[in-house]
Design a protein. Structure first.
Length: 141
């Protein structure tokens, strides 16, 4: 059987009102924040950077908060547009590369004397498409 100490979390009560506002370590920096709801810029305790950002937001006027939130939303939308464009660009580039490779296979196969019907079977193009590529390259009349 487990003892209560092993089952239940251990809690500490920190009386921030008795804290003298002198931070000697990172715990003191957090206590200073809890007591004063502000932070000196020299504090470096882990996690305080996100608290500092939140405090800056909380200090904004209502209109500034609305403007900031709108800007953040626009930034998120812009990021999504950029990521979508990158993805589509990669897809398009891959398609162009595959088409170029198929064209090279058609040309090289024709130069080696392979018939257009066999080239069509190899490249999974129609025979008319193979002939059109060869004509564009000036290899057929």
């Amino acid at each position: 059987m487990e003892s209560p100490k092993e089952v239940f979390a251990e809690y500490y009560i920190i009386k921030v009102n008795k804290f003298n506002d002198v931070a000697k370590d990172s715990l003191d920096e957090w206590i200073y924040y809890f007591k004063n709801n502000k932070l000196p810029t020299t504090y470096t305790a882990p996690g305080l950077d996100s608290v500092f950002s939140k405090l800056k937001y909380d200090d904004m006027s209502p209109q500034s908060k609305i403007d900031y939130d709108a800007h953040q939303k626009e930034m998120a939308i812009s990021y999504g547009v950029i990521e979508t464009a990158k993805f589509e660009g990669i897809q398009e580039g891959e398609a162009i590369g595959a088409a170029q490779k198929t064209k090279e296979v058609v040309i090289n196969s024709h130069r080696k004397g392979i018939s257009t019907s066999i080239i069509a079977a190899i490249t999974e193009l129609s025979e008319n498409e193979v002939i059109q590529i060869l004509m564009q390259e000036g290899l057929l009349d």
